[in-house]
Design a protein around this ligand. Structure first.
Ligand SMILES: Cc1cc2nc3c(=O)[nH]c(=O)nc-3n(C[C@H](O)[C@H](O)[C@H](O)COP(=O)(O)OP(=O)(O)OC[C@H]3O[C@@H](n4cnc5c(N)ncnc54)[C@H](O)[C@@H]3O)c2cc1C
Length: 469
């Protein structure tokens, strides 16, 4: 069965051979290439670097040769910069556990991060809101600069440099797949050509090369994708006054969600998804106007209507009558005083999902397998979830002396992760669409939906449990 699946999956690959000028997917025909690695991870972003770290620290991989290829330079700091970076991620407790499992979380804690204990999400077109919090004051998640995570991963890669080799400024430009059946004079491994013309071989290639994945394209794996009509504007913001600042805020405006994520008592990070034109305007407007636009986006009731407010109030009274306690009250977000110079930037947003995460001798992880709107703060968390699952399956295979590139355990990874990731992608896309309108019936539907969800604790707990993986 596995062999049949393997063959049928590879039949699709030649069709992709001509897709990109740089990425060949010829079959390997017997030329002698040098080192054979057990695993090559192509792409050393947050997800690829964490994957290489996790394998390097796995006891069942102590006799394996692992290579991480990264097109960009090594990112090292002599000391932590005082200025916060404008690129941050909301890291779930599950992701923090993964990072702890190979020592990277300790480095993050020694550098900097901010825990948040509550999350308030509310609608700009009504009074509806949902408040996520933990009764026992556990952390709901952590806001960490991407550079801090990367620095921690780099340190932990150095700690296992005897088994994980990292090649920076090394772009993979071609992948050559083995025949599905052994043939005389043919190599059973994946061949990789680098930008400098050198080649290497691997028993398992892990594609972690981002949402435009060359690995995925060279393998001819279908990718369902579309661009959203939105860009995300990020910036580092100074609050008007110091606060406990342990709440993550997100308000859904008709033009897209705006989020304020805590960094310190006086600083927060902005992620504002809006139309491309508005994003360009926000990035270039003067500082005072930009700060006013943010405060008004969080505070203004200009999108409210009497009808929706009355309909929302009716449900609220009904909820209060049926369930007199325990419905979380609205909190007011902090106001913003200024923005860090040069911290404003914008990124186009889109959705993507690979139809297959694995092929014989190949696995896709992170944005190479799935790209999601940042409104749920789940992109890199999904990638870290992929790592937990793939390492679990590969570690068992290594322990049992099995071929790492075999479909028998790779399909286990694919099943685990597609189940989780497709649900999250679908929910995020639905939320994006549901909140991108101020049409009265839909505003009413989401107002009641949000209020009802806020009132039903088990449902909220389910959502929190899913998002904290
Ligand atoms: C505005 C914004 C806010 C976000 N906020 C959050 C959040 O709060 N929480 C969250 O979980 N997620 C968030 N995300 C999503 C998250 O940033 C991404 O999911 C994550 O960075 C993807 O990591 P990756 O390593 O898979 O891909 P990438 O970051 O794209 O890394 C790919 C790497 O591969 C390298 N590469 C590419 N091609 C090659 C090649 N041929 N050879 C060698 N190397 C190659 C690249 O140089 C790069 O380093 C956000 C995204 C955006 C845009």
């Amino acid at each position: 069965m596995a062999a049949r699946l393997a063959l049928s999956r590879w039949r699709a690959a030649p069709a992709a051979a001509g897709r990109g000028p740089l990425l060949s997917c010829r079959r390997w025909s017997g030329a002698k290439a040098d080192t054979v690695y057990d695993v090559v991870v192509s792409g050393g972003g947050l997800v690829g670097a964490a994957m290489a770290c996790a394998l390097g620290h796995d006891t069942h991989f102590c006799d394996k040769k692992i290579l991480l290829l990264e097109a960009g330079p090594k990112k090292v700091w002599e000391k932590l910069p005082e200025t916060y970076s404008n690129r941050v991620s909301s890291i779930s407790p599950g992701s923090a556990t993964l990072l702890s499992s190979f020592g990277a979380w300790d480095h993050i804690c020694n550098m900097r991060y901010r825990a948040f204990r509550r999350m308030q999400v509310w609608d700009a077109c009504s009074e509806a809101l949902i408040m996520f919090d933990k009764d026992n004051l556990d952390d709901m998640g952590y806001i960490v600069e991407n550079d801090v995570i990367m620095c921690a991963l780099t340190k932990q890669l150095e700690a296992v440099s005897d088994r994980v080799m990292v090649l920076y400024r090394s772009k993979a430009v071609g992948y050559t797949w083995p025949y599905p059946f052994p043939m005389t004079d043919s190599s059973p491994w994946v061949h990789i050509t680098l930008g400098d013309g050198s080649t290497l071989q691997t028993k398992l290639l892990i594609g972690a090369d981002g949402h435009n994945s060359g690995v995925r394209q060279a393998a001819g794996i279908q990718n369902v994708s579309w661009n959203y009509d939105q860009s995300a504007v990020v910036a580092t913001l100074h609050l008007s006054e110091a606060t406990e600042n342990n709440v993550a805020w997100q308000r859904f405006l008709p033009s897209g969600p705006i989020a304020l994520l805590p960094l310190s008592d006086t600083l927060s990070s902005l992620v504002w998804s809006t139309s491309h034109e508005h994003a360009a305007e926000l990035v270039s407007m003067d500082e005072e106007k930009f700060v006013d636009a943010i405060n008004s986006a969080f505070w203004s009731d200009a999108n409210h209507t009497d009808f929706i407010d009355s309909a929302g109030a009716m449900l609220q009274y009904a909820v209060a009558f049926l369930k007199p306690t325990k419905v979380s009250a609205r909190q007011l977000p902090p106001s913003v005083a200024r923005v860090d110079a040069r911290s404003r930037m914008s990124f186009p947003l889109g959705l993507g999902h690979a139809a297959e995460y694995v092929r014989p001798r190949l696995a896709l992880i992170g944005d190479a397998a799935h790209r999601v709107h940042p409104l749920a703060g789940q992109g890199v968390n999904m990638g870290f979830g992929d790592i937990s699952s793939l390492v679990h399956h590969l570690s068992a295979a290594a322990f049992n002396g099995k071929d790492l590139g075999s479909m028998s355990h790779l399909t286990g990874y694919e099943t685990d992760r597609q189940r989780h990731n497709t649900a999250l992608l679908a929910a995020t896309d639905l939320l994006k669409r549901l909140y991108s309108t101020s049409a009265t019936p839909l505003v009413l539907l989401r107002t009641w939906g949000l209020q009802a969800t806020n009132a039903v604790s088990p449902l909220k707990e389910q959502i929190m449990a899913f998002a904290s993986k």
